[in-house]
Design a protein around this ligand. Structure first.
Ligand code: DC
Length: 226
């Protein structure tokens, strides 16, 4: 039988979102990139000029903010549409300001509790591919299939840099590498739900794999050959 709940974790730019999105299409499942929820809270805090250090105010914000993640509404390369009160923030949550502030926001335990509750409600319906940092360890530890996707920091920086160049963003490879290393450090050393592989996750190293090879490998896994 094919897995109904699939948890995919791993560091930034490891290929987990590409793999997750592909699997969701392949299986006709719902795709939820959970980083989007942390980014939406961060974006809303910046927009409301709430200081990022104000843990209490940001935690309250995460408890009532109505974040919607819908199937893509525009053919502009997006995998889904993110909305807050009808405002389309799909691209606004990908700015360097949000990139910088999202790691501290996602380290607040109250924010994690509020967003984890939302994720579990979605997971309970099944037929879902959920991608993040703590999906297999905390959010849905009873997921039917868990993947932990990794790649070297240099390879991840190279991929992110290419993406940014395609989007016309002027940033050097070394800056991208520095941001990736800093986020890895914060994400894996925070006290609540640090980035780590679940003991029963399948480890997938994508450093040397191209997209077709990654897809073939995960299709093989969901079809029960492990
Ligand atoms: O995957 P991403 O770059 O969009 O994630 C944004 C941030 O949110 C990143 O700092 C890690 C954090 N995150 C998390 O702590 N737990 C998740 N399940 C998903 C993302």
């Amino acid at each position: 039988m094919r897995p109904s709940t699939i948890a995919i974790d791993g560091p930034a730019a490891s290929g987990k979102s590409t793999i997750g999105y592909h699997l969701a299409q392949y299986l006709s499942y719902l795709y939820l990139d959970t980083g989007v929820l942390y980014r939406a809270v961060t974006w809303a805090a910046l927009a409301r000029q709430i200081p990022i250090e104000d843990e209490g105010a940001i935690t309250r914000l995460s408890e009532y903010l109505p974040i919607d993640v819908l199937p893509s509404t525009h053919p502009d390369g997006r995998q889904y549409t993110v909305q807050i009160e009808d405002a389309d923030i799909t691209w606004a949550i990908r700015t360097p300001e949000v990139d910088r502030a999202v790691s501290p926001v996602s380290a607040y335990p109250g924010v994690r509790d509020a967003l984890t509750r939302q994720m579990r409600q979605i997971a309970a319906r099944g037929h879902v591919v959920m991608v993040g940092r703590d999906i297999g360890t905390v959010v849905i530890p009873d997921a039917d299939l868990k993947l932990y996707v990794v790649a070297s920091a240099e390879e991840r920086a190279h991929r992110r840099h290419l993406d940014m160049q395609r989007q016309g963003k002027a940033i050097s490879y070394n800056e991208v590498l520095a941001v990736i290393r800093r986020r890895d450090q914060i994400d894996s050393s925070r006290e609540t739900a640090p980035l780590q592989a679940a003991h029963d996750a399948i480890l997938l190293d994508t450093t040397q794999l191209n997209m077709a090879e990654m897809f073939a490998k995960v299709e093989w896994l969901v079809n029960g050959y492990s």
